[in-house]
Every structure is written in structure tokens, then in C-alpha cells.
Design a protein around this ligand. Structure first.
Ligand code: GLU
Length: 284
């Protein structure tokens, strides 16, 4: 079971086409099924027109998927349950800090793999009374993973064996990678504005949808370290991973949502065919 899991906060571009075509090709080679999942946890940035665009672009490329399509915005209860489980294990804590407070307190030399400052632990180990006072005042908060505790917990579950995952890469050659989730620090698993985060939702859904092969761009390679840790903590099955190279622009930069000139819709309107897209996305 494989999946393509776009976020509907922009038009699909050539980078998404590469991911989708890579996923459907691997599904075909493995005699498996490729699912479409809409990752719309960011309800403020989700637009109906982008959801419609995803269906239209993928159909135009000739891809098909089983119904019903899972929308993450319909799955908040499942994410709440997973967060509650981690909370019961004593691995989450509320954090009321603002972005500005975190930036002011963070060590400017320590960044996570996304380039964000490593959380300086402002609310780790705070007293129950202080937390209750803020909660009673209605101050919004995130839930963060206590990374050191989580690593110790996972270490016990793994009998001190290293945390690893199997990476197939674009060529499908299996390699065992040692995961290093500590480089994310005390990461947010439940955001202030939505009852989950990308990391928690993706791990919960890949497991509940029976995904055996996670295919996605190399920009998410480092996130896999964290995903493996969450899978161990939540007792979820271990998928294999195939991270593919990214489509870059003429300057060698990763394409972004704002790269309108490479959106599939504008390429189609300019006369490109699905075969042209396959070629431009580097999959023939
Ligand atoms: N929704 C994520 C994105 O659009 C991809 C998630 C994944 O493949 O794990 O970047």
C-alpha cells in the first residue's frame, strides 16, 4: 500500500507530479495500490479550489485511486487519541511560549533540520499549578514531545537496539539508516491552531491506512527520524521509505507553491501533455 499525500494550500507543481508519478510507478512495480490522501490539517490555508485542482491534475495525468479519499481534517479524533496516548506515557507537555519568546531564548547556532531554532525548553518541567493557571486563562498552547524522555522510553521498548528505518531510495536498493530524532529537539506534535501536526497526523494515517511503502521527496528525509520514533512509541508498524530527488528550478532551488510557472494547471493551459509532464518531472 502506497500513498500520495499533498497539502491543498497551493496548486500542484512539477515537484508534486514527480512524487505522484513515482508513487504510482512503484505501486505498479510492487503490484500494490496507490492511495490519495488530502493533508488539510491547516484549515486556515486550505482552499476548495486547491482540493479540486489536485483531483483534476492527477486525473489528467491518468492516475486513479480507490475511494473514499481520506481527508485529514476529518481525522482529528484519531490524532487526539494518539496524542492522549503519548500524554499518558508522560511524553508530552504543554507549551504556551510564543514564537518571539522561543526565538529570543533559543541558541542561534542550534537549528532543527527545517532550519527552525531548537526549542530552548521554556515549558519543559513546569509546575502543574503554572500550567493550570495559563490554561484557566484561556492562553492557547501547543503540545511538545519531551525528546529525551521519548528517546529513553523508545530505548526501553527497543531493548536498547538502535532506532533505524529501511530506505529504498529511487533505485529501490534497501539500506538501513540509523534515525536521529534528537536533532528535532522537543518538537510540536499538537499545534496551537489545529489538534495535530504534520508529524503526528502522517504517522497515524500511514498506519491506519496500512501504508507499507512511504514515497515522498528527499526534503522529508529528516522527518523520517521523528516518524520512526513516533511509530515505536505508539506501537505502529514500520513501513519502508523511498525518498526521491526533488525537481529544481533553473537555479537549482527546490520548487515552491509560489512557483506558478511550473504549476500543472498553467503548464496544461499552455498546451503541455501528460507525457510532457512525465518528462519534465524526470519520469519517463
Ligand atoms: N503533505 C506533505 C506535503 O505536501 C507530504 C507528506 C508526506 O508525504 O509524508 O509536503
Amino acid at each position: 500500500m502506497l500513498r500520495f499525500a499533498p497539502s491543498p494550500n497551493g496548486e500542484l507543481h512539477l515537484g508534486h507530479a514527480r512524487s505522484a508519478l513515482f508513487t504510482w510507478r512503484m505501486a505498479r512495480d510492487l503490484d500494490g495500490v496507490a492511495l490519495l490522501r488530502i493533508e488539510d490539517i491547516d484549515t486556515a490555508r486550505t482552499r476548495r479550489v486547491f482540493i479540486d485542482g489536485i483531483f483534476e491534475d492527477l486525473s489528467w495525468l491518468g492516475l486513479t485511486w480507490p475511494e473514499p479519499v481520506v481527508f485529514q481534517s476529518q481525522r482529528f479524533e484519531a490524532y487526539r487519541a494518539a496524542a492522549a496516548e503519548l500524554e499518558m506515557m508522560g511524553l508530552l507537555y504543554p507549551c504556551f511560549a510564543t514564537r518571539a519568546e522561543i526565538e529570543a531564548a533559543a541558541d542561534p547556532r542550534r537549528k532543527d533540520p527545517d532550519g527552525a531554532p531548537i526549542y530552548p525548553g521554556l515549558w519543559r518541567g513546569k509546575s502543574g499549578a503554572e500550567i493550570a493557571r495559563r490554561k484557566a486563562g484561556g492562553v492557547p498552547y501547543a503540545l511538545r514531545l519531551d525528546m529525551q524522555r521519548a528517546l529513553a522510553y523508545a530505548g526501553r521498548m527497543l531493548d536498547s537496539a538502535p532506532l533505524t528505518f529501511v530506505e529504498l531510495g529511487e533505485e529501490g536498493m534497501p539500506r538501513t539508516i540509523t534515525a536521529d530524532p534528537a536533532r528535532w529537539g522537543d518538537v510540536v506534535l499538537v499545534r496551537k491552531d489545529t489538534p495535530t501536526s504534520y508529524h503526528l497526523a502522517v504517522v497515524v494515517d500511514d498506519a491506519s491506512q496500512g501504508v507499507t511503502h512511504v514515497t515522498r521527496g528527499a526534503d522529508l528525509f529528516a522527518a523520517t527520524d521523528l516518524h520512526r520514533l513516533l511509530q515505536v512509541l505508539l506501537g505502529l508498524p514500520e513501513p519502508m521509505y523511498a525518498h526521491h530527488g526533488l525537481v529544481t528550478d533553473a537555479d537549482g532551488r527546490k520548487l515552491s507553491k509560489s512557483a506558478r510557472d511550473t504549476s500543472l494547471k498553467s503548464l496544461r493551459e499552455a498546451g503541455a501533455t501528460p507525457a510532457d509532464i512525465r518528462r519534465m518531472a524526470g519520469l519517463t
